[in-house]
Design a protein around this ligand. Sequence first.
Ligand code: SUG
Length: 444
Amino acid sequence: MKQFEANFDGLVGPTHNYAGLSFGNVASQSHATQPSNPRAAAKQGLKKAKALADMGLVQGVLAPQERPDVHTLRRLGFSGSDAEVLQQAATQAPALLQACASASSMWTANAATVSPSADTHDGKIHFTPANLVDKLHRSLEPPTTANILKAIFADNRHFAHHQPLPAHANLGDEGAANHTRLCQAYDNAGVEIFVYGHSVLDPLSPKPLKYPARQTLEASAAIARLHKLDEDGCVFIQQNPAIIDQGVFHNDVIAVGNQNVLFFHEQAFWDSNKKLAELRAKCQGELHLIEVPSHSVSIQDAVNTYLFNTQLVTLPQGEMALIAPTDCAENPRVKAYLDELLTLDTPIKQIHYFDVKQSMHNGGGPACLRLRVAMNDVELAAINQQVLLTDELFSKLNHWVERHYRDRLVAADLADPQLLLESRSALDELTQLLKLGSIYPFQQ
Ligand code: SUG
């Protein structure tokens, strides 16, 4: 049986815009009010995904969400026709309209936590959509995320779907952005690393002072229980609160793992030595811990370039490659580090750079744009095949973007009733293209 990691990239939605909605995410804050280009954003994402498919990796896509979310605006008291709802929200509460218009579901690393069948007691792949409670705009995503995941991973002989955790800050869950899995081969039982920002119940757990810790230990522990993971197959590590305060709002901004490699910054973790020792003890076989020192790459450079929001992938020939944003190549210190990395004796032998700047300006790099699912060929055959990125689907999706997406959006456009119609007709067509059924509220 073949085993591999499949990547499911979020298609950027037609309302992609810069609204400064994510306190603690410095790129989101610094690009607030700048015009966005949804068409370019969607094409940049597709190009990156297609390049990975062309490298021989299994690559799928996940549909965006219905935005602006008029249903939520109605729950908030705006009424009348859809156009009136948008207009009232724009006049009376523009911040609510912005939250309801964000295309943030594109960052599918935050869609869910996924445990492969090799790690779970019932031999199924487990999915828990993230509740994303820390940010209002993101907290609207879980119901449709659950619909999308169930429409793709529908076969209950292989896939188990859980509800998102209760929507309370004590159980704040950001999905795979705070979860990494190490293993020797993808179908061997691995060690799942849950990185959290703060523990609500542990009085000794330090807290960041300036920015929020979005993930709690209590949420991570609940997911490990739901997914029926062995205690010996889990390590819970606290993020260093000092770096959350420097803009590291998710662990995948400062660490990435794949198979037996963990690539991370020396300041990434709290109580690092003890936790890395636990990791070494639980991981069987060879383990490569590639720790990047602050004197080579500062936290600020890591946050600005997303050096660690690279995808670390195993190519069919067995070598590992980093899929990095072009921002890494444009920073001389980070580029020098990456050039040096290729000369070191590690499994990472290639670096490929991609321009995903439209996403980067909202704080989302290559790794944010994908949800990974380690699987085997039997499980792959059981998913909805229409979402797999072939040459044909790539070309259809590019045409779909060209026909439906604008090349410029600013805040004032979010109240345009025409944008809502454009977005719904794009999504309606997409659900047919990907054979997803009726996953959106406007289709029900
Ligand atoms: O949740 N940005 C996203 C970026 C998510 C990145 N994902 C990972 N690191 N896995 C967030 O902060 C900004 C939206 C705006 O400001 O318009 C935003 O939601």
